[in-house]
Ligand binder design. Structure first.
Ligand code: MSP
Length: 663
């Protein structure tokens, strides 16, 4: 939690300029933007940094593929990120490119100093080198003699190299992580790093010979080498805010409140970076927060998987703010989330076109028809009015807490409850009936009801402002929010009665036009059965009955070994588990299957709590056709033994890698 008077410095990873950005990149930057905007709304001194990682083999390779120099590659690609951030309404205070002299010079100074102090030393290095991954692997790490990440061939290399004495900080780091529970979040990522640190920590090779990789920052003490791209990149978080250049600026922002990262870059941020900072004598960032991945049909969205979603196309089709809202509301921080255009459209229709847009229409229409568009003055308050105001004010407090505890989706749910509360309030007070009455008492009551509903929406829209700044500014104008409050401050959202009575409300603009789901399904080539509609649920029940019959029949059938061999059974490690909303028997699991990650849905929720399965090695049918279960993608099936009401997961006797064949 931010202490009074403390600044809020938030960073994103700096993105490689090897390709154009996708929704995954957009997500981390949006998350940082929303956090920065909430902190500004709280009146906290805020600094938000993003940028690009422009050195190293990945960028050099992309440049050579495109037939240009690495610098041309960086210059051409950085624009894609900058354009996207502008389009998405990102309010970063600074954008750093690692090729800028303000960064390269600081990296060189750090290298020189650490070298002089003996924290960096020369030695020889031998191992299996993968050009694709730009790193060495040990014998044990190879899979079928190939790079375990890309599956490409590796070559044996032996060369002089420079090392950072990372290993000597191992115990210090373990102690630091253990004594500072906030340092790595969420908890399961903290455990992952502590698990990694149970094995001996070696020193970090921080050099690359120019003969192999020439696109990097020169090592100041050896002209034949450039700096390893990660050692260079991580320094951006301090070079950008004036480390060694502007002491006052640096002291204002460091230590960072959050380094936001995807879970794919946990080790570099929670092992390399802290030990580097410690060697430099600098304090640790307060929290390194790793969010999950955006998956498309259970696979990580990535260029390699060929399943990237273009954020620009979605913005052009549906608008920027709905996309911002969806990404923030859909992902529970720390867990993976699935992206589908249909899922987006359904949520948009329910939350935005439906609840939020609809409620504004109902309130404003009545204000126009009954009060000529001037917000009525509230009369005496009744218990229902009180309830609504309490709900809205509680949401303001809860949103603040949600921001401080990185539970944005929960905060957004609270706001949605306010909007639904308004709806219920309308049903209870029936203003449309009051509007038809000639009695003065009813007119006064109508004024109170419309004022209260508008107030609740003022608070809800203010709380949503950091997520949907453009739409919420328009929403608030329509509500008649006073000019200087259009961009809200949290204090104002914790007070009831700030809307100026007699103030003019705007005209309705159709802020969230409904998406035609049928037309979209057709456009996406999706059949009705793909969705968990009432109809398909009936179909699923029929299928389940059939499956039961098949199972009984199967017990009497003898199969040949060839038939059995068609089933690929493998071990898998459960990385994450969570309940499936609205389905009390199901758990959604993220599993590791060798080098692959997958999602599967299992009917074990009545037998195992999520935390009981995380970390287990289970057995799965790996080649089962993917299915959508209650709207959630499931790729594979786990094995469990069942008798009566008892169910036990099938496991293995002792330790074995995930992905191992079970036969
Ligand atoms: N250049 C390094 C980071 C250096 S930071 C000092 C890098 N760059 S990257 O371009 O590959 O971006 C990685 C980041 O993009 C992830 O950590 C995550 O924040 C975001 N994402 C990329 N794909 C993603 C998903 N499919 N889902 C969510 N975010 C992911 O690694």
């Amino acid at each position: 939690m931010n202490q009074p008077g403390e600044s809020f410095y938030v960073t994103t990873p700096i993105y490689y300029v090897n390709d154009r950005p996708h929704i995954g990149h957009a997500y981390t930057t949006l998350l940082a933007d929303v956090l920065a905007r909430y902190h500004r709304l709280l009146g906290v001194d805020t600094h938000f940094l993003t940028g690009t990682d422009e050195h190293g083999q990945k960028v050099a390779q992309a440049a050579s593929d495109a037939g240009r120099s690495p610098r041309e590659q960086a210059d051409a690609t950085v624009v894609r990120f900058q354009e996207l951030w502008q389009k998405l309404g990102i309010t970063h205070d600074d954008f750093i490119r690692t090729t800028e002299p303000r960064h390269t010079a600081v990296v060189q100074e750090i290298l020189s100093e650490l070298y002089e102090r003996g924290e960096i030393y020369a030695d020889s290095y031998a191992g299996w080198y993968s050009v694709g991954e730009e790193r060495f692997f040990t014998d044990k790490e190879l899979v079928d003699g190939k790079d375990p990440i890309s599956g490409r061939p590796v070559e044996w290399l032996e060369e002089k190299a420079y090392f950072f004495r990372m290993g000597k900080y191992q115990q210090w780091l373990v102690d630091y992580i253990e004594n500072n529970p906030e340092f790595i979040q969420p908890e399961h990522r903290r455990n992952e790093t502590l698990g990694f640190l149970r094995k001996p920590l070696g020193d970090l090779c921080i050099s690359r010979p120019k003969s192999r990789v020439s696109w990097g920052i020169d090592l100041p003490f050896d002209a034949d080498y450039v700096c390893y791209v990660w050692f260079d990149a991580l320094v951006n978080y301090i070079s950008a805010i004036g480390y060694r250049r502007d002491d006052a600026g640096f002291a204002r922002w460091w230590p960072a409140r959050y380094h936001l990262i995807g879970k794919d870059i946990l080790t570099t941020h929670t092992v390399y970076w802290p030990t580097m900072l410690h060697a430099m004598g600098l304090p640790m960032p307060k929290t390194i927060f790793a969010h999950g991945w955006w998956l498309v049909q259970a696979e990580k969205m990535s260029k390699t998987a060929g399943n990237v979603i273009d954020p620009i196309a979605l913005c052009d089709k549906y608008g920027v703010d709905p996309l911002r809202y969806f990404l923030m509301a859909e992902m529970t921080l720390g867990q993976d989330a699935s992206f589908s255009e249909l899922g987006f459209a359904e949520r948009y229709n329910a939350d935005l076109a439906g609840d939020l847009g609809n409620m504004l229409n109902r309130v404003i229409r009545l204000i126009h028809s009954s009060f000529g568009g001037a917000l009525p003055e509230p009369g005496p308050s009744e218990a229902v009015d009180q309830e609504l105001s309490e709900l809205a004010l509680a949401a303001a407090a809860e949103m603040q807490q949600a921001v401080e505890t990185m539970a944005l989706d929960r905060g957004l749910q609270k706001v949605a409850e306010v909007v639904r509360g308004c709806n219920k309030y309308f049903e209870q007070t029936a203003p449309w009936k009051l509007a038809k009455s000639e009695a003065e008492a009813d007119r006064v009551r109508l004024g109170t009801v419309l004022y209260s509903a508008a107030e609740a929406l003022r608070i809800a829209s203010g709380l949503l402002y950091p997520v949907m700044p453009t739409k919420m500014a328009a929403y608030r104008r329509i509500l008649g929010v006073a000019g200087d409050e259009a961009e809200p401050h949290l204090d104002q959202l914790k007070q009831w009665g700030r809307l100026p009575a007699k103030g003019a409300c705007g005209q309705l603009e159709g802020l969230f036009p409904r998406i035609d789901i049928k037309a979209l399904e057709k456009e996406l080539g999706l059949s009705a059965e793909a969705k968990p509609s009432g109809k398909s649920q009936a179909k699923q029940a029929k299928q389940a009955k059939q499956a039961k019959k098949d199972k009984q029949a199967a017990e009497n059938v003898v199969i040949g070994i060839d038939q059995f061999r068609q089933v690929s059974l493998r071990t898998a490690r459960v990385l994450e588990a969570e309940p499936v909303e609205g389905a009390d028997r199901l758990l959604k699991l993220q599993i590791e299957l060798g080098q692959e990650r997958r999602q599967l849905v299992a009917g074990i929720a009545q037998h195992y709590r999520p935390e009981e399965v995380v970390g287990r090695t289970i057995v799965v049918v790996a080649n089962l056709a993917p299915a959508t279960i209650r709207g959630v993608e499931s790729c594979g099936m786990l094995l469990a033994a069942k008798v009566g009401k008892t169910l036990r997961l099938v496991g293995v006797d002792g330790e074995i890698d995930s992905g191992a064949e079970v036969s």
